[in-house]
Design a protein around this ligand. Structure first.
Ligand code: FES
Length: 154
């Protein structure tokens, strides 16, 4: 008749600790929070492009943009952007979202072309050269940092 063993005091305390820590996870995390950091934020880690890297989101390498033309890229939040180099060392960037109906505008030499309804923009200014787009492409603030074009507000 002594089949059921009474739970030991040690086991009871251990079970209570596990249960208590299962509720407020952060309070019981202990040293595990140190291992939850993203790998990119570890001290001494390098950004994806280490040559000429600067603070902010790198949109392109300056050397990848032909002078008098432009290339496509993505903003820090993943939106399409066009980066132009009208003169050597001078870079500008514009949203690549057409102001007509929102298609993605593409580089075309000194111009930017919308494939949907034929709008044409000036790659150096974002100005509409040919409609139906009603407004210029919105500028995106950028700067040259080292060898890269960096989005200023990212
Ligand atoms: Fe670009 Fe219509 S969406 S021209």
């Amino acid at each position: 008749m002594t089949d059921a063993q009474p739970i030991s005091r040690r086991r009871l305390i251990a079970t209570a600790s596990v249960t208590a820590c299962a509720l407020p996870l952060a309070a019981c995390a202990g040293t595990s929070s140190d291992t939850a950091k993203p790998s990119g934020s570890a001290p001494g880690s390098n950004p994806p492009k280490s040559s000429g890297a600067a603070k902010g989101h790198a949109l392109a390498d300056v050397s990848d943009i032909p002078v008098g033309s432009s290339v496509s890229g993505k903003t820090a939040d993943g939106k399409p952007v066009l980066i132009s180099q009208p003169k050597a060392g001078t870079v500008v960037a514009f949203s690549a979202i057409c102001t007509h109906m929102g298609c993605t505008v593409a580089p075309a030499g000194k111009e930017l072309h919308c494939p949907c309804h034929g709008s044409v923009y000036d790659a150096a200014t974002g100005k509409v050269l040919h409609g139906p787009a009603p407004r210029p492409l919105p500028p995106i603030p950028v700067k040259v940092a080292g060898k890269q074009v960096v989005q200023k507000d990212a």
